[in-house]
Design a protein around this ligand. Structure first.
Ligand code: TYD
Length: 201
């Protein structure tokens, strides 16, 4: 059995990842591929802790936050990502370790260290599609969806720092696509990119 392939979508909140994950899963399934569509943070123990903390507006130390995201990923890789790849499936993941690099990096964690240790521990993606959008445009979309994210200064400021890391990070498996256009045109760009970069039988 050939090993499957790992496609990751990354980007700021509101960049359109979830829509594109769903659309690519439909396209690849229609083409006969076995697809696992998944996301981080997960609904596992640490993922639930992360979500309920976000909902309650509570806070933990930056070190603890980083640990929760990594523990969540460990569980996710062991239970979903690795089994999917071993079974020859195309695993499409909404966020993965570059989110930790950018979001926890923007909280002051060492960007190079997170990237290096993540690449050493977790399966390296075959392709990461980074959907680029400005923090302001992303937050505007999040608000349209009715999500309760504050647009106070710190929020824009934090996402601007996250964005700066996403814009500078450089990995051979990373491709940038403009996420500010209509979902249909992003979908076409994603399909082109997947066809060009991956060998899907
Ligand atoms: P998100 O994809 O926005 O999930 P949802 O909209 O379904 O709640 O992820 C939630 C937040 O978690 C998002 O603001 C980015 C953040 N995050 C990190 O800070 N580090 C990480 O490693 C991951 C995976 C996410």
């Amino acid at each position: 059995m050939n090993r499957g392939q790992l496609i990751v979508f990354e980007g700021l909140d509101g960049c359109g990842k979830s829509t594109q994950v769903a659309r690519l899963a439909i396209t690849l399934r229609a083409a006969g591929h076995a697809v696992v569509a998944t996301r981080e943070p997960t609904n596992g123990e640490y993922g639930q802790r992360i979500r309920s903390l976000a909902k309650s507006g509570g806070s933990i130390s930056h070190a603890e936050e980083l640990r929760w995201f990594i523990e969540d990923r460990r569980e996710h890789v062991a239970e979903v990502v690795e089994p999917g790849l071993s079974a020859g499936r195309v695993v499409i993941c909404d966020r993965y370790f570059l989110s930790t690099v950018a979001y926890q990096g923007a909280r002051g964690a060492d960007v190079d260290e997170i990237l290096e240790s993540s690449e050493a521990e977790f399966p390296i993606p075959d392709l990461v599609i980074l959907l680029e959008i400005t923090p302001e445009a992303g937050l505007a979309r999040v608000h349209e969806r009715g999500h309760a994210i504050e647009t106070h200064f710190e929020e824009v400021e934090y996402l601007t720092a996250v964005d700066a890391i996403f814009r500078h990070v450089d990995c051979p498996y990373l491709v940038r696509i403009d996420g500010s256009t209509e979902p249909d045109s992003v979908e076409s760009a994603v399909a082109e990119c997947v066809a060009a970069r991956l060998r899907l039988p």
